[in-house]
Ligand binder design. Structure first.
Ligand SMILES: *Cc1c(COP(=O)(O)O)cnc(C)c1O
Length: 453
């Protein structure tokens, strides 16, 4: 145990736990989020070696540092190799500027990266202990399908996914509702925030303790850690020794938190551009120093980022020495000067998102969907305001988090082209859907879970 990284709750009311416990619990008992007590350093030498490694080996090397001795090396390597069997294109847009396409996994979303690794790590521990879990997850679109797909068919695990009926595209829905088996999908007559609130309540609900609930939302530390790996990967392929600028489209801030962890481990990052849609609680905080959640959240075309209070915000605060409770109250302010030095945050409107999709395609033949377009807009804005960084030598990487074919209506409307469907999405179109509809009432949801499991 001496060498192992322990995980503490951002609410600071419980004892630190091991990775295994944090992974299987999801949320801490004081409703805080687990964070590594110590960020394990990764040396410049090790990072150098990444340029010759396949993705899964980089994943192994990075993750190993966070869960040292909890999963044997050979097993962890095998899990990573099994999880990461798809490509990660780095598309050059113009000199020094790249789009990293994280959309080549089975559900064509970057969430595959985290969900697949987390699923495999959970399966490892559950098998060891011969017990089972009920994974409860709220989704604004892509999480649900990534989770359901990542856990589909596993024996020790049931999955229940809640999604806001009117905020999820038909294609996103079909990726969850056509699986069956150990997956149960619920369409809620409400917003994503309601779904998320139901999940949080269920975890704290004494009537549901026998169900052995666990979360797979971006609040789970097992989701968080794998999301630091692709930053190392991009650096190893593009930047070599140059400090890199990353632009991350952000909703619940799990993706960018992975990036911040990579930086704190030692990845040379010049700036993190954190781009949100019109749900601008964080960019506003960076400007004003006051954090104010947005209720209700604003419906934007980058639908997976329609989050009024990002669930990872307390982790971001914790990383900079602050304390925020789960409701968004700031108990101790973070080190804002340091935050501003490392992070540039900006909010992008729907109109700007559409303009960017059009301009990127016309000017560069770059095909973006709404989430990636928010990040690309953020990068353009940053470079306009920071001309000294606008050179061809400065490596900048924007994350594209979903495949454009997941948003065919918008792409057609803006560009008059039909994005080509990847095979994984094409197959789903033909399958039969099955899901439960539910009103916006927590008691109904509780009864449903008690009846079913
Ligand atoms: C979930 C999601 C995001 C936001 O990621 P967070 O980790 O919640 O900030 C961005 N784009 C797409 C396509 C997503 O599915």
């Amino acid at each position: 145990m001496i060498n192992s990284v322990l995980y503490y709750s951002t609410n600071l009311q419980t004892k630190p736990v091991t990775f295994r416990e944090a992974l299987l619990q999801g949320l801490a008992s004081d409703r805080g989020l687990y964070m590594p007590k110590k960020i394990p350093p990764i040396s410049a030498n090790e990072i150098q070696m990444f340029s010759d490694m396949p993705y899964y080996e980089i994943a192994f090397t990075v993750l190993r540092k966070f869960l040292h001795e909890q999963i044997p090396d050979k097993t962890l390597m095998a899990l990573a190799q099994d999880a990461y069997d798809f490509s990660i294109p780095l598309e050059q847009v113009y000199e020094g500027k790249y789009v990293m396409r994280l959309d080549h996994g089975p559900t064509a979303s970057f969430k595959d990266f985290a969900a697949r690794m987390m699923g495999r790590m959970m399966q490892y521990f559950l098998k060891q202990e011969n017990r089972s879990l009920l994974i409860l997850t709220a989704t604004s679109g892509d999480t649900g399908s990534a989770i359901a797909n990542a856990f589909y068919g596993l024996e020790n695990i049931h999955v229940v996914v809640l999604f806001p009926e009117k905020e999820v595209s038909a294609r996103q829905r079909k990726q969850m509702t056509t699986l069956g088996q150990n997956t149960q999908i619920i369409a809620l007559d409400g917003k994503f925030d309601d779904c998320q609130a139901f999940v949080k309540r269920a975890f704290a609900d004494p009537e549901l303790t026998t169900l052995n609930l666990s979360s797979a939302n971006s609040i789970n530390v097992g989701r968080l850690l794998p999301q630091s790996v692709y930053y190392f990967y991009a650096f190893s392929r593009l930047a070599k020794n140059k400090s890199t600028i990353f632009s991350v489209p952000s909703g619940n801030f799990g993706d960018m938190m992975g990036g911040l962890l990579a930086m704190k481990m030692g990845l040379p990052v010049k700036k993190f551009i954190i781009a949100t849609n019109e749900n601008d609680a964080f960019p506003k905080f960076m400007q004003t120093g006051t954090y104010k959640i947005i209720v209700p959240s604003i419906n934007c075309i980058s639908s997976a980022m329609n989050v009024g209070h990002p669930s990872n915000m307390s982790r971001v605060f914790a990383l900079y020495g602050g304390v925020m409770d789960e409701k968004g109250n700031v108990l101790t302010p973070p080190h804002q000067e340091l935050m501003r030095k490392e992070i540039y945050s900006t909010s992008v409107t729907n109109d700007e998102t559409r303009e960017t999709i059009k301009e990127a395609f016309d000017k560069h033949r770059l095909l973006l969907e709404p989430h990636g377009a928010v990040a690309w807009t953020g990068l353009q804005r940053y470079l306009e305001e920071n001309k000294t960084d606008d050179t061809k030598d400065q490596v900048c990487v924007t994350l594209e988090t979903a495949h454009p074919a997941k948003f065919p209506e918008q792409i057609r409307e803006i560009l008059s082209v039909d994005p080509e469907l990847p095979d994984s999405l094409a197959e789903v179109e033909k399958k039969q859907e099955a899901f439960v509809k539910m009103g916006n009432n927590y008691e109904d949801f509780r009864e449903f879970l008690k009846r079913q499991y």
